[in-house]
Structures are given as C-alpha cells and as structure tokens.
Design a protein around this ligand. Sequence first.
Ligand SMILES: *Cc1c(COP(=O)(O)O)cnc(C)c1O
Length: 373
Amino acid sequence: MVAFKEPMSTVHRVYNFAAGPAVLPVPVLEEIQRDLLALPGVGMSILEISHRSKTFESILARAEADIRALAAIPPGYRVLFLQGGASLQFSMVPMNLLGPGSTADYIDGGSWADKAIKEAKKIGRVNIAASTKAESYARIPAQSELVLSPDAAYVHMTSNNTIEGTQYKQLPDVGPAPLVSDASSEMFSRPIDVGRHALIYAGAQKNLGPAGVTLVIIRDDLLQRSADKKSSLPSMMNYAVHEENGSLYNTPPTFAVYALGLVMKWLLAQGGLAAVGVANERKAAKLYAEIDRSGFYRGTAAKADRSVMNVTFRLATEELEKRFIVESTAAGFDGIKGHRAVGGMRASIYNAFPEEGVDALVDFMKEFEQRLG
Ligand SMILES: *Cc1c(COP(=O)(O)O)cnc(C)c1O
C-alpha cells in the first residue's frame, strides 16, 4: 500500500510569478508524480529509460505531432529538441546561417536581443537594424525605424522581451529576408504564424516545460545552410546533424522532453493556442488595469507594446518597492521582484499561471496602496 504523507489536494502551492523556470500546469505535475516510478505499461521511470527505446521514441514523436498541431506548422519545417537553452541559439543561429561575406540584421529590442547580438558578432558581420537601448528598451522598435541590409542572411528579433516586459503585437515586415525569432518567453502563449518565420527558438522553461530542452522550428532552406557546413561546424552545433538524427544525435534531456510533451497535451486540452491566447489577454488586462488605475503603480513598458507574459511595473520609490516585494512574498506571491538589471517588479503570468492568482495579486495591490498610498 502506498500512503502519501500529503495528499496532493492539500499540497500548498504559492502563486509563482517567476520569469523562468516558471509555473507549470498542476495536471501536468500530477501526471509526472503519478507516473514517476513507472510509466504505465513500461515498468520503468521516465528518468531511467533509454533514449533509444520505443517508449521514448514515441514520447518524442507525440510531442512533435502535438507541437505541429498546436502551431499549425506548414510543410517544409522541421521540429528539433536541442539543449543549451536559448543562449546556445544565440551562437548556433549565426554559426549555421551567417556565411562569410554576408550580414545578419538584428533588431535590438531588449536585454536578450543585446546578448544575442554580442554572440553573433563573434561569428560574423552584424547590422543593428534598429535599437531602443537608449530608451531602456521601454518599447519595441517601430517598423519605420528598421534599416535592413540588402540580402541579409537573416533578420533576428525577440518576440517578447522578458526583462523589460514588451512584446510584438505584429511581426515586423522584413521583406524576403529569413525571419529568426527568439520566442523563449511567449512560445505558444497565442497563435503563431510559423509560415512567416524561417526559424523560431525557445528555451522551454518559461512557457513550454521544465529547463533543459530548447525547441527549434527551422525551415528546410535554412537547414540546407547547416548541411553545407557539416565538415566545418562541430556536430553538436549543427542543425542538420540534429535533424538527420531526429533530435537523437546524442542523449537528449529525456525527462524535459517528456514533460514538455505533457504540457503540449495540456495546451491542446485547453482548446489550443487561440483559447490560451484569450485567457492570457484577460489575465494581463486585469493587471494592467490595476497598474493604470490610480498612478500609485507605474507601468514601465510603452502601452502599445505591453507584454501579455511579463508585466513590469514600479512604485514611486525603491523603498516602497522593497516593501512591496517583502510583503507580497510573505502574502504568498513568489518571484515578483524585477530582473536585477532593471529593478522594480515583474509579474510573469505564463500560460500555466492561474487567473485567480492574478485576481489575488490585484487585491493585494489595492490593499497595499490603501495602506501606503
Ligand atoms: C530566458 C531567455 C533567454 C535565455 O534562455 P536560456 O534558456 O537561459 O539560455 C533568451 N531569450 C529570451 C527572450 C529569454 O526570455
């Protein structure tokens, strides 16, 4: 007889506003817990099985099929499960796609874009197509500001700026150049037009699953550039090598892929990306309405570019902010402190973040203002 010390229903969970790793859907965690000792019909844990086993092969194939269904991925794209986080993509993208003599355009819209640019410059020639760095990245660069290179190898953008709390509402028009998007902090939070991208990458730990796996969706013509570099690029850095081996060139992060697969299944059960997008809009609107209500709180992102995923705001003084963070943490709201680079507060409200947690934070904000406003 198995006796749980704490039945799952009474486990206390705080509201987790962390930017990543972040909150996961409770039904996913419960399924992991239920099946951790032995996957049904397998008799071994997901932590123990071979990545070459039929079981894992089918877990990987199921995850890919669900990703394709969720994002309505058109033909001509490959789905890869890689490692090294989005940060390794900062290097892999230029290593695979930026040849000698060509230029890659980067839209510098946030701190992660800045990091991507620094890495790309180590590999090849980079043109900053636009930058809002001088404005502390408080807004997304406008279409009219883009200065694109003729024949750019690709144009790199960050679709949601996790640290500053801004997000593209529409994809930029980059003409015929392949569009590469770092979608780490918003992947599958709303419908995505994969066909307008040449490559999309996302570290899983914000919106897709646990840390350890990075999702890459790549168009076949870009894959060809990797194939041409097979003799020069290290195999682990080469998209074509990973693609030819079905993301099993080396041992993949089996548990992370499994858990990501469960999150995909959960997303489909929610009604897919359109339904999830509506719920995310509603959650964010509640929080921004409270921020805008009285002037006690101040949103830091330009209103038109506000992120639905990472809601950034400040108070009049750093003293008050410190107090807000201490008191909100004590009240059961975790991870609300802003990124160390920008200060203030940041409420990350990814797909799995419950709406009642947003309501509870809004109530807390009202009460805090009444006491200290
Ligand atoms: C978190 C984040 C990264 C870095 O991800 P790692 O998986 O830690 O390498 C890169 N880009 C964006 C937009 C992010 O939010």
